[in-house]
Write a protein that binds this ligand. Sequence first.
Ligand code: ATP
Ligand code: ZN
Length: 424
Amino acid sequence: MPDPNSPSDFEPSVIPIEPSNLQTFKPVLPIPEHLVGEIQSKLAYVDEAIARAIVPASGDQISLVLHEPVDAARQAELEVKVQRVVASMVKGSIKPKVQVLEDYLDRRVAYKLDPMDELLARGEISQETTGVFSLGPLVTGLIGYFEGRFLELAASFGAVAYRFPTLIPARYLERVGYFRAFPHSLSFVTHLREDLDVIDDFSQHAACDDHGALVGQVSYLPSVSETSFANIQTLLSPAVCYHLYFTLADKPLPGGKVVATAVGNCFRYEAINLVSLERLWNFTMREIIFVGPKDFVLENREIARQRMAKVLEEIGMAYRVESANDPFFIGEFRKQVAFQSAFQLKFEIRARLPFKDSTLAVGSYNYHQDFFGRNLAISLSDGSPAHTGCVAFGLERIAFAFLAQFGLEPENWPTAVRTAIYPV
Ligand code: ATP
Ligand code: ZN
């Protein structure tokens, strides 16, 4: 969840503001401060005309920066859509009580700059497209270090290792209500239909337009259009732990308890919010997953948090652990957030980003109650549904936050990190 104090979590790419492409109006309901960041992030999905949405902390105004000027009718249409989001998210919303479990935000860290510019300038990262980056040796070395620490944490629970696919069947996501909760961030996978004419035409005519979109005039189709593509049965996976729950579905849980770990590519399309390494379309998550009775899951989530606190202390990272919610889409938002908050289902590790005086979620401690156990029929020995929980780390994000706090020169890094990556 965006830090309520830092809507800048969602600073989108900079489009120059001209009077002709700026539309400003008052929200139908005043936006309370705790929803400013959440609403600003959701405005990214309202209309393709919107390049950037600005909601000041006061919540009494909304400004839309548009890709290009539009006429009055279109402006009215945009305003109606935006007001729908505001009404749906503000009406009846209760400010969730933020519970802080650890607060080391004021740990002294040496670096103050945005590492992005320097990483790009040195060729240590390169952007392939929006939200998609290749990582060079510096960031890869850091991720390797953090992975080592996460694997130690996993081993301390005797977690068994899994490897999961990057693709996930639509049917799986349907079974756990993902389409209702997170429709905005889905990434679909398809392929050409098994039809020789379609494949031949594609091979001869497909090309990318100026925006990198696949187009092509083909002899009997107007373009490389949806008619060329097969029905979508598969998506890019948005999380790691779901795959484990599906391997355990529709049967008794072996041994009554499972602790597993896996790392995998995850995909969440975050539209104009996709900026820098902070918010990627394609990112990597390491998870440690607990499945079993309620107490087993909750106790292990808590032990994991305490063990991780020692690791973060050793590294010297400035961070805070606080209650949070998942980025549910507009219609589901109010209900789900109240539920997550009431039952303390999610806590995030929010690392400090000194260059923008803000924080970034680098990991989360999650408890799903018996949601997956019920929906996927994972049963305990007494026939009741299993409970699940996961500890999830965003690998690119933790490396980015580390660089934001300690800079790009290994000689300025904490000794434990430097010597682990560059032994002398
Ligand atoms: P769930 O409870 O639904 O299983 P999860 O625990 O698997 O969720 P999240 O808490 O949503 O996953 O994400 C875990 C971590 O992944 C975040 O703390 C963050 O570090 C990273 N992450 C999430 N979204 C992005 C993104 N768009 N870009 C980069 N990292 C991300
Ligand atoms: Zn998870």
